[in-house]
Design a protein around this ligand. Sequence first.
Ligand code: NIG
Ligand code: FE
Length: 415
Amino acid sequence: MAILFTGIKQLLTLTGDKAPRAGAAMRETGMVKDAAVLVEGGLIEAAGTWTSVSHHRLAKKARKIEVNGVCLPGFVDSHTHAIFAEPRLKDFSMRTAGASYQDIKAAGGGILSSIGAVRRQSQHDMARQLAIRATGFIECGTTTAEVKTGYGLSLESELKMLRALREASELTPLEMLPTLLAAHSVPPEFNGEAQKYLNYVIAEILPKVAAGKLAIFADIFCESGYFTPEQTTAYLKEAARLGFKPKVHSEQLSNYGGTLAGIAAGAISADHADYVNAGDIGAMRAAGTIAALLPASNYYLGLAKYPPARELIAAGVPVALATDFNPGTCPAWNMQFVLSAACTHCGMTPEEAICAATVNGAWALGIGDRAGSLMPGMQADLSFFEADDYRELGYYFGANQCVMTVKKGKIVYSR
Ligand code: NIG
Ligand code: FE
């Protein structure tokens, strides 16, 4: 049965080209006041002024829901590490005592400290835990999230993470797109021999994940102490050859060359981008690579420096925003907080931030033709907020203003 959502004070349709939005187009929200949205068969049938939508042939018989707030496309969180077994509270304490992310790694914390519990956890428990976390995303208005592996770092445990993700997808309405991040760090068994470990990933893990169709994307952490730019390009090229879409963690802690290395392998997005320089920005623009910025991780790490969103947008690079939800650098899943961090610390306008968190997030996952905006025929993924003005989303930070979430035309959360 069709559903007609009425009483929408501001509807942000994000109407525009079916392409990543760049430059001034990032500020075009497609806002309609006194609006309504009609959904049918999981898709947007009509979205516009109440007067226009109410005349639609399906409107009369539709179930009517009065919402009285702001409506957006559901957030598309294009970068998360949502599968992990335990929080890293020791890292947190160390950081509050002044240790940096690099200091924490040197002291035995960091990514490798997450692998023990992940390797011990059963697939079923992992799936249940992920499904519970997914509820948190849904309640904050996120309807699609990318989810990475990378805390197992062995064939068996990386496969377990991907299978748990698949299992969890049956337990939650959150759409989760899987990424293999076996190249997240060098596991202890390889004694710091990064190339030897990558050879193992290429020979043992990539082909099995590809054969099982368990992941869409392959990602790598290109940073000093992790993997080099040369390794990044070679690894991602091999992954692309097997059918994965490449992504890269680049220029997070330093300007190390991950952006160019990712672009050389055809990366769909280069993520973090804190330390990108003019050359990186020019190359991203030329290649059409999306910059996925993760400012909530800068906030959590207490950094003074944030990704240079203004330079990226001025240069015409499409910018996406995501949480980076993970136990080490960003234990947060609320995209509304990411909007706040982007506006307050990256100088993004509220309009740009919303575009980055919806339509450009969808393009960073290669699904912008079906999600991220509210044009007729698109997936009916909607988020509703108790607000009079969409700018309140980034303004009242730390709160959850989401009151209802709709995934593929179904109400999956209502406060
Ligand atoms: O995106 N930089 C690499 N990966 C994560 C952190 C992972 C962790 O510390 O557990 C990130 O920040
Ligand atoms: Fe990350």
